[in-house]
Design a protein around this ligand. Structure first.
Ligand SMILES: NC(=O)C1=CN([C@@H]2O[C@H](COP(=O)(O)OP(=O)(O)OC[C@H]3O[C@@H](n4cnc5c(N)ncnc54)[C@H](OP(=O)(O)O)[C@@H]3O)[C@@H](O)[C@H]2O)C=CC1
Ligand SMILES: Nc1nc(=O)c2c([nH]1)NC[C@@H]1CN(c3ccc(C(=O)N[C@@H](CCC(=O)O)C(=O)O)cc3)C=[N+]21
Length: 289
């Protein structure tokens, strides 16, 4: 069994990105990422801090806009509109979850699809579904990168994705399909879940249930990707997969921490740089017109 080292792969990609950003900087261009955080959710605070740290390391200018828990939907929409128009910011990200009084869909739709570095706008979701992706969600994109780096064959293989959220499960299934895997999506209503997952050559678990997936869910030699970010009964960070026993059955497995998480952040940075480069090209195109 081999442990997929997401942290190391992420650091390697960050080093490449840093060079790319340095080249842009030498032309006087600095990619900018604006993160909007509403309220005081503990986990969100940590993720947002991690994003800012990685952005800084790569040379991306980032700012975290902190809004009060009770900010109105209209105020948040106004803020987004302001940054949509501001050419200094190439990426805009609204950290999820949002407080209940705010309609998440309405907020995500307000972000200019060109600046939607999370890939959550339905325009970008549609592009992914149509097989012509533009901005894509960073978690599944990072997983595809990891599978590629570890030479995991996907074409013709059985892939099972457990979880059907718009930010992980659904886009993950689309990306695996694009790699010619035979894809099944499972969720909380799925019957005989372990029988289904036992057929998977590649199993992606994104449900948010600490240590839910045990060795009896796993086909011998399967590749297991654990997206979960949970706290166990001792408050320790853990995934959706019981690592100790599943790693005995799997051929490749991601750990938590050090697996999917660092890749998520890195892909977000890559899309920010991408958005910046595209915006420059568009400006040049406009001048040519
Ligand atoms: N490492 C990273 O970069 C990231 C980690 N995460 C983590 O991944 C996990 C999932 O996140 P997210 O997709 O946003 O979560 P959501 O809560 O939005 O979705 C969870 C999904 O899991 C399904 N589910 C829940 N319980 C079960 C069960 N017992 N059996 C089968 N399916 C089940 C739900 O089914 P149904 O639809 O029927 O309710 C739902 O589709 C969380 O722990 C989150 O913190 C998330 C994003 C990035
Ligand atoms: N608009 C939006 N975009 C997101 O991408 C987004 C979001 N909202 N809301 C929440 C989820 C969750 N998420 C994680 C990112 C990094 C780690 C990460 O870096 N994890 C580290 C450990 C972190 C720690 O020590 O706590 C690791 O796995 O090694 C985890 C989870 C992004 N999300």
């Amino acid at each position: 069994m081999t442990i997929i080292d997401g942290k190391m792969l992420a650091e390697k990609m960050q080093a490449d990105l840093k060079l790319k950003v340095a080249r842009l900087q030498s032309q006087g261009i600095v990619p900018g990422l604006l993160v909007i955080l509403v309220g005081e959710d503990n986990a969100s605070q940590i993720y947002v801090r991690n994003k800012a740290r990685v952005a800084d390391k790569i040379g991306i200018r980032s700012e975290t806009l902190r809004l009060a828990e009770n900010v109105s939907e209209q105020e948040l929409l106004n803020v987004i509109e302001k940054y949509n128009k501001d050419d200094n910011w190439h990426g805009i990200l609204v950290q999820l979850p949002l407080p209940n009084h705010i309609n998440e869909g309405r907020i995500l739709h307000a972000i200019d699809p060109k600046k939607d570095v999370d890939g959550f706008h339905s325009y970008n979701m549609g592009r992914l579904m149509a097989g012509n992706p533009a901005m894509v969600p960073s978690t599944p994109a990072g997983i595809v990168e990891m599978l590629r780096a570890y030479n995991v064959e996907l074409s013709g293989k059985r892939a099972v994705v457990v979880g059907r959220s718009n930010i992980v499960g659904k886009p993950m299934a689309m990306m695996l399909l694009a790699e010619n895997a035979t894809v099944t999506i499972a969720h909380s209503k799925t019957e005989n879940l372990a029988t289904l997952t036992k057929e998977a050559d590649v199993l992606v678990v994104a449900i948010g249930r600490a240590n839910f997936v045990t060795a009896d869910f796993i086909k011998s030699g399967a590749v297991v990707i654990d997206v979960g970010m949970n706290r166990d009964e001792n408050g320790k960070l853990c995934g959706d997969v019981k690592f100790d026993e599943v790693s005995e059955v799997a051929s490749l497995i991601t750990p938590v921490p050090g697996g999917v998480g660092p890749m998520t952040i890195t892909m977000l940075m890559e899309q920010t740089v991408e958005a910046c480069m595209k915006s420059i090209n568009n400006m040049t195109d406009d001048r040519r017109k």
